[in-house]
Design a binder for this molecule. Structure first.
Ligand code: AMP
Length: 212
């Protein structure tokens, strides 16, 4: 199974990708998590990406594509994967297609900007393993501690309200056109993302059943 998760920042792409990864037994490749880890570890790619991420802008295509190529060449991604956060521009979508990435579906999680701005205030993430929580809708079992690895949860630097608004503007201008790209290719699976995490996962699984 090869999937792409589409949707605005905060739509729940990462959360849904993590659930689908378990249900479908395929690994997730999250460019945001890879870049945040690279920043934390002081890697060159992290240094290149940081200023863009802090400003709520997209990291240049060539940097992101380099990272994706590196990861997709690993054995664990040979039989399938869920791409979370990439492609984010039409150029990235076209490059993936040219690389021979053959998708089963592009799952598009639909949700309004107002709901996103509300949700982002409650988002907490684990910088160690990349797990994502929401203090209202998807809280960790122990307050502020990651269920998966026990690390302390943090607020992402780019989840400040003004940066969230900037990221939404970037999403509408640069990422939303990708929806048409996958629709034209008959790969688009739109899913309403306003319900609970569990209900949204169910909707995605049902939509995926239909294409099997
Ligand atoms: P995310 O965790 O997916 O919300 O990504 C966080 C930030 O990382 C984004 O706001 C971008 O600055 C950067 N980023 C992640 N994936 C990409 C991508 N495919 N293209 C460009 N920038 C990206």
């Amino acid at each position: 199974m090869k999937l792409i998760m589409l949707g605005p920042p905060g739509a729940g792409k990462g959360t849904q990708a993590a659930k689908l990864s378990v249900s479908l037994n395929v690994p997730t490749l999250s460019t945001g998590h890879i870049l945040r880890t690279a920043i934390k570890e002081g890697l060159p790619v992290g240094l290149q990406a940081k200023e863009y991420m802090d400003a709520g802008k997209l990291v240049p295509d060539e940097i992101v594509i380099g990272v994706v190529k590196d990861f997709l060449s690993k054995d664990e991604f040979k039989t399938g994967y869920i791409l979370d956060g990439v492609p984010r521009t039409l150029v990235q979508a076209e490059i993936l297609e040219k690389m021979g990435v053959e998708l089963d579906a592009a799952v598009s999680i639909e949700i309004s900007d107002e709901e996103i701005e509300h949700r982002m205030q409650g988002r907490r993430v684990c910088n160690k393993c990349g797990a994502s929580y929401n203090i209202d809708a998807n809280p960790p079992k122990v307050e502020n501690i990651c269920d998966v690895c026990g690390e302390k949860l943090v607020i992402r630097d780019d989840d400040k309200p003004e940066t969230v608004r900037q990221r939404l503007a970037v999403y509408h201008a640069e990422t939303e056109p990708i929806i048409g790209f996958y629709k034209e290719r008959g790969k688009l699976l739109p899913v309403d993302g306003t319900a609970s995490v569990e209900e949204t996962t169910e909707k995605v699984m049902k939509a995926l059943e239909m294409i099997k």
